[in-house]
Design a protein around this ligand. Structure first.
Ligand SMILES: NC(=O)c1ccc[n+]([C@@H]2O[C@H](COP(=O)([O-])OP(=O)(O)OC[C@H]3O[C@@H](n4cnc5c(N)ncnc54)[C@H](OP(=O)(O)O)[C@@H]3O)[C@@H](O)[C@H]2O)c1
Length: 260
């Protein structure tokens, strides 16, 4: 396989759009998500449209053994990963005290543990070749605490911090780590999180535009990039460190309250 990108959360939304972008560049793919039917459909579509190979791994990344099984599968098929795109993730709105603990655990396992474990397993191979790029999808949520999605916002703060730290550790190498921070984007995310009827999702960007911005930033080796936000939102995010914390917390909570 050539210049292979491993993309998690490839069956829909931002991840699927990133698969299409990589295929358009004439490069091979390893696509991962739980829905095998959707992954096989995407493989058939991309292999018929472009001169590339797509390897499907249907896996629930909340399983503690998932990453080891993925690495074994890659070894069995002699696949070298040049681009690692950790995109799979989900959120869930609600008061933490009322939340389902199993859902929070799965969220941490997917958004935090699987992401860092994949970096830990694939990075040494990149270092050996002194070549590779990593794109970790966090969120603008990584920039503030998130009342009504406390675990999700914290998980994305982990992704941002972790990615930036790796980027510094790798600065003498040819490997780059990019932290992509999308704003509200038109995907299955809002429905899964229960956020469809909130002010947060009044205005959404397309999955294609967010994926394009992130993919380009990864190719350019940028450390951080936001995507799918307006100029006003960008200015608000920049003002967060200078805004009283209680005001920020109150605003974030209001944005996530049900308006229906
Ligand atoms: N949409 C937004 O507004 C927004 C904003 C900021 C950040 N983000 C981040 O962007 C990333 C992509 O989300 P999206 O917006 O494209 O949402 P999406 O359409 O719901 O896509 C999520 C992807 O993750 C996969 N996934 C979910 N649980 C999984 C599991 N247990 N194991 C393996 N794969 C799993 C899903 O596939 P299967 O269901 O087939 O497993 C799907 O391919 C996430 O990390 C999200 O936090 C989204």
């Amino acid at each position: 396989m050539k210049e292979t990108a491993l993309i998690t959360g490839a069956s829909s939304g931002i991840g699927k759009e990133m698969c299409i972008l990589h295929a358009q560049a004439g490069k091979d793919l390893v696509i991962i998500a739980r829905n095998e039917k959707d992954l096989n459909g995407l493989k058939a579509q991309l292999e018929s449209q472009y001169d590339i190979q797509v390897h499907v791994i249907s896996k629930d990344l909340t399983d503690a053994t998932a990453v080891d099984e993925i690495i074994k599968d890659l070894e069995q098929h002699s696949i070298q990963v040049e681009y690692l795109i950790n995109n799979a993730g989900f959120g869930k709105v609600g008061m933490f005290a009322d939340s389902d603990w199993e859902t929070s655990l799965s969220m941490i396992q997917l958004n935090v543990i699987a992401l860092s474990h994949l970096c830990r397993r694939i990075l040494p191979q990149m270092l050996e070749r002194n070549s590779g790029r990593i794109l970790n999808v966090s969120s603008t949520a990584s920039l503030m605490p998130g009342p009504l999605q406390a675990v999700y916002f914290a998980s994305k703060a982990f992704v941002r911090s972790f990615s930036n730290a790796l980027s510094e550790e790798l600065k003498e190498s040819n490997i780059t780590v990019t932290n992509l921070m999308p704003g509200a984007t038109e995907t299955n995310f809002a429905k899964t999180a229960g956020l469809q009827d909130t002010a947060l999702f009044d205005d959404t960007a397309s999955a294609h535009s967010v994926a394009s911005t992130g993919y380009k930033a990864m190719m350019e080796g940028k450390m951080d990039v936001t995507a799918g936000i307006t100029l006003g939102q960008s200015l608000m995010l920049k003002a967060i460190p200078f805004t009283p914390k209680k005001l920020v917390l109150n605003q974030v909570r209001k944005m996530q309250e049900d308006n229906s």
